[in-house]
Design a protein around this ligand. Structure first.
Ligand code: BGC
Length: 752
């Protein structure tokens, strides 16, 4: 063990300031004089992008294994799978001497247009939190750190370095924070990477509330915060706000500013010492564990990538065309992606791999397959010769499998998409083939949803997302039924772009107005009762599942109770399969405007034909709560809630009701502007207040034309001061009423 405090006491001011920024693009600094070693960090998240030491180009990386990107792995809904992928990556990092893997990336998919959605997990914060915590636990079990990113609210690429994500506290807490919160509480990542953007006008990299208060004081984060690459605005302010490490190197410029600030008294040296300590703790945590032999066998990890990919693919539609027959039928694979698939997205997560399998070659072992290119892989416009050849082949075959999706240039880190369409040539190809062939199967390679105008015309759709270098064998196995699809959508596929929740405000320019608030993804489509192409949580299997016997441990619960929910799932089909059972909670109290339902847990079960298993969920107060801004905490209103056990967000199989009773009192301070509705029930029978009511009622009505309930409603929304106009009450009596309320309630009151 190293005595870090002692080391810090021996460091010069310049050495300490220097340690708070990188030595270069990927390393922390070492200090030979004191024997302090450096460590390397590398991207992440779905493979190792370690700079090749034989090159000076920081973006030239060693050859590594490209696992499925998060858009795909999210669809596994499988914590164990994420953990095990993390373990493999951790092992690779150890073998390559990388101390921190820069991931997972958990920003919420606010719009399908975000260029980086392929790297992010979900539109749902619960899912993003659970899966990222599992991934982190996996990587870190190998004594390699992670850097969960980008904290926070980095949901667009347009002007990502200068745009402010503007939203209310409730939206931040309910949608944009929880993935980070869960990861910190369940997995303690060694590091957190702050985002480029501002939040409500304050850069994340110098946001005291974000980094010191919420992340550390509230959630208990113990590691260090590093900047996204070049995210530092004001270095000294950032250090005080809790940004420990600037990446990459600022060439000494910002280090000098830190030294100057300590010297002129604007920065307390203890703040610098704390940052240095946090960084050194993680440096030694990595360096102090030698950990024996670590291997990085690309062949073995490629197989692992194939196994993972199979667990992620989502069968969106199947009229019976899948699985494909292994013999006899004339099968055509059409589309450039069949031979040259798109396996990952562009930008900092891009893995240098050459070992890419394709479905055409991988499927050869199952059947004889003919092929036509159909379209140019990177083009938008139709190549008439390729189209004609493909249509001819489709007409001459028994089934046409069209490999389609988005070309590389359509989505990448650094910019957002402008529309949700696939290239024109691909849509046209599908349309034309549907005219000559009844059995059309579409296999999609994309990092984010696309519009599917041809959906109703085709027999089956398999969404493979960007599923890494082993996509070929995984796709072939699913198509031919050697593996049973079990992925579920981690995001909604809307009908069209103009349906999306932030259509009017995405992307922001200097300010991104998150006006849709908490209504992101299915929370929005459900509330608006909109038709979607495929709902969140949807995914078919080659077998079928029946849900039965929902049981709750209680019919009434309070803030401290844990509600246990059981349900039985049975495989009613002919082959083994896995089903992700989803639990949603719906607040029926009507107390606050809330989503129709929200995902609060999920369990993936594997079942043999005929087999049944009981799944058990445990829900605490948080599962029923929303973030109450005035209370500054989570609040579960009094009232009834539905517990829904579902196969997707739009396929609720079982429902049971529970009543929640809270003992939490909400802040209440009466003034002249407090509305009657806030204390009406309480007021009944109290002489002073009754008098006020009747005066107002009289003044307001001047007669008896209104129903008593209508009067109650009208008065309910009036402030106490209205008594002056309608009731002719003196200021003195009004003040007495205000005082009485404050005395009786003492600053807070139970929900009525
Ligand atoms: C990205 C990060 C990445 C970093 C280092 C930045 O541009 O936003 O996600 O980890 O570069 O490559």
């Amino acid at each position: 063990m190293h005595d870090i405090d002692k080391l810090i006491s021996e460091m010069t001011l310049e050495e300490k300031a220097g340690l708070c920024s990188g030595a270069d693009f990927w390393h922390t600094k070492k200090i030979d004089r004191l024997g302090i070693p450096d460590v390397m960090v590398s991207d992440g998240p779905h493979g190792l992008r370690k700079q090749d030491i034989d090159t000076v180009d920081p973006n030239q990386s060693i050859e590594a294994v490209c696992f499925p990107a998060a858009c795909a792995t999210a669809c596994s809904f499988d914590r164990e799978l994420m953990q095990s992928m993390g373990e493999t990556l951790g092992e690779e990092c150890r073998a390559e001497d990388v101390s921190v893997l820069l991931g997972p990336a958990v920003n919420i998919k606010r719009s399908p247009l975000c260029g980086r959605n392929f790297e992010y997990i979900s539109e749902d914060p619960y899912l993003a939190g659970e899966l990222s915590a599992a991934y982190i636990n996996g990587v870190q079990s190998k004594n390699v750190g992670t850097s969960i990113k980008h904290f926070a609210a980095n949901s667009q690429e347009t002007r990502r370095m200068t745009c402010s994500s503007d939203m209310d506290e409730r939206t931040l807490r309910e949608i944009y924070f929880p993935a980070f919160e869960t990861a910190v509480k369940k997995a303690q990542p060694w590091t957190v990477m702050c985002s480029y953007n501002l939040i409500n006008g304050e850069y994340s990299s110098e946001n005291d509330n974000l980094l010191n208060k919420v992340l550390r004081d509230e959630w208990g984060f113990k590691g260090y915060v590093m900047s996204d690459w070049g995210a530092v605005n004001d270095r000294v302010k950032g250090l005080a706000a809790g940004l420990d490490l600037e990446m990459p190197s600022s060439g000494g410029l910002n280090d000098a500013k830190i030294v100057e600030a300590v010297k002129n008294g604007t920065l307390d040296e203890r703040i610098l010492d704390t940052a240095v300590k946090r960084i050194l703790e993680q440096v030694y945590r990595y360096r102090d564990v030698k950990g024996g032999e670590h291997t990085f066998d690309r062949g073995i990890d490629h197989k692992k990538a194939a196994e993972i990919a199979k667990e992620c693919m989502v069968l969106l539609k199947n009229d019976g065309a899948l699985p494909l027959p292994s013999g006899g039928a004339k099968i055509a694979f059409i589309g450039a992606f069949a031979k040259n698939p798109r396996i990952q997205g562009g930008g900092s997560s891009h893995i240098n791999t050459r070992n890419i399998s394709n479905a055409l070659e991988s499927a050869a072992k199952y059947a004889e397959i003919s092929y036509a290119e159909g379209y140019e892989r990177e083009a938008n416009d139709t190549n008439p010769a390729l189209l004609e050849e493909a249509v001819q082949l489709a007409a001459d075959s028994d089934v046409a499998v069209i490999f389609a999706g988005l070309p590389d240039s359509f989505e990448s880190e650094g910019y957002d998409r402008k529309h949700m369409r696939m290239p024109d040539c691909q849509n046209e190809l599908i349309d034309e083939i549907c005219k000559v062939q009844e059995n059309v199967i579409v296999v999609l390679h994309n990092g984010s949803p696309v519009e599917m105008p041809w959906n109703d015309k085709v027999s089956a759709v398999l969404e493979v997302y960007l599923s890494g270098e082993a996509t070929g064998e995984a796709t072939a196995d699913i198509l031919f039924g050697k593996a049973n699809p079990c992925g579920k959508l981690a995001e909604t596929i809307p009908m069209k772009l103009s349906d999306t929740p932030c259509y009017l405000t995405f992307p922001g320019d200097r300010h991104a107005e998150y006006n849709e608030g908490v209504f992101v993804g299915y929370r929005y489509y459900d509330k608006k009762e909109m038709a979607v192409r495929y709902p969140f949580g949807h995914g078919l299997s080659y077998t079928t599942f029946e849900y039965s016997d929902i049981k709750l441990s209680d019919t009434t619960i309070d803030d401290n109770d844990i509600l246990t929910v059981n349900a039985v799932i049975t495989n009613t089909g002919n082959c083994a399969g896995k089903e992700t059972v989803q639990l949603y909670v719906a607040d029926k109290s009507g107390f606050a405007v809330r989503p129709e339902k929200e995902l609060k847990d999920f369990i993936k079960v594997e079942l043999q034909p005929g087999e049944s298993k009981t799944v058990t969920f445990r829900l605490d107060k948080r599962a029923f709560s929303y973030y109450h801004e005035e209370l500054g905490d989570w609040y579960a209103p009094n009232g009834k809630y539905d517990i829904m056990i579902a196969s997707s967000s739009r396929d609720i199989r079982l429902t049971a009701e529970v009543t929640h009773k809270t003992s939490v009192k909400l802040p209440f301070v009466a003034t002249e502007n407090t509305v009657f509705g806030e204390f009406m029930d309480y007021a009944e029978g109290k002489a002073t207040l009754d008098l006020l009511f009747s005066k107002v009622a009289k003044g307001l009505l001047g007669g008896d034309h209104f129903e008593p309930e209508a009067v109650r409603s009208m008065i309910g929304s009036m402030p106490l001061r209205q008594i002056r106009s309608f009731g002719g009450i003196s200021d003195e009596l009004l003040q007495q009423a205000v005082d009485m309320l404050n005395k009786d309630f003492g600053g807070s009151k139970a929900q009525m």
